[in-house]
Design a protein around this ligand. Sequence first.
Ligand code: GTP
Ligand code: MG
Length: 341
Amino acid sequence: DVMDRSHDGRQPRANMQELDAALTQLADSLMPTAAEHQAQLDVFEGVKALLQARYPGARVHLFGSVANGLSVRHNNDIDVCLELEGVDDQAGKAEVAVAVGELMEAAGMAEVLPLPKARVPVVKFVAPQTGTKCDVTVNNVLACINTKLLADYCAIDPRLAPLVALVKHWAKRRAVNDPYRGTLSSYCYVLMCIHVLQMRPTPVLPVLQQLPPTFRRTVGPWTCEFCDDVESLRGFGAPNRESLAQLVWAFFEYWAWRHNYSHDVVCVRLGTCLHKDDKDWTRRIGNERHLVCIEDPFELSHDLGRTVDRQTRAVLHKEFTRAATLLRDAHDPLDMLFASY
Ligand code: GTP
Ligand code: MG
């Protein structure tokens, strides 16, 4: 088989056009329909009305994937931020989380679960009509700002959203999308995708935090600045002609074989990797192990890989390697790639 002998081991064996068509179709099928999106916005409006009745004048924001255009179907979850003046410390936010829990309980929400002691105090519940899971946090300004950053990256190149959809789908199927069990959050996977697209030899995405800032906010000790002039940046990635399939391959190849887990910190802020020494993320401090290091773009002391331990790092690396190997060697890798763990 001529095809096989010309296979150099550094490129996928599959027909890239066919693979691209199949991945594009799969990504499309993972995106929520307009009706599904509207249903989530309706739930948000209901929650917002309840919160504003209890806290007159408060602003209520939708953030996370439903707000940034990176949600996938069947992940029925919305993230809501209640903005209240004068509630800045952990204890105040915890108190509000409990009070909002009582409010939602009284309003007939299901499975109400306040988590006042979490790093970001939150109350979780389910809207019974649609089964939509809601997380309400208080003054979670950084999350609203990083949602906007991700939305802006999404608007710049149309390949980011389908890449994220496929990676989220893969991570769910392979059971490596659960920070409570030592793997990585959806938000972390999005940053990992942006990183790979920024690092292509011909970049697909710019580094918005390295361009002259048009958006500026200060949140506690953190200065959040980036260029949000997406109009002028649309088409930035056009010189890169890589298809979705090539970028999926690039993603898994990077995380399987190119990323240096011992030394590197992924830094979307700078569009490169930093060294763990630069951040003093070289050893375990408390529960933070810094084995896989992904710097939050604004909360610079926050390592999104902090949840990973030695065992789950091995699991993650095994899964990245499995995916990259399948893409490289299989003639028709898709069923295996997304097979349930
Ligand atoms: P899905 O809900 O899986 O579709 O993805 P998502 O992008 O909404 O991510 P997730 O629900 O995990 O997080 C919601 C938002 O919380 C993210 O978009 C971020 O804006 C914000 N966030 C900030 N820091 C963190 C963090 O350390 N972990 C998580 N999970 N979210 C964070
Ligand atoms: Mg979410």
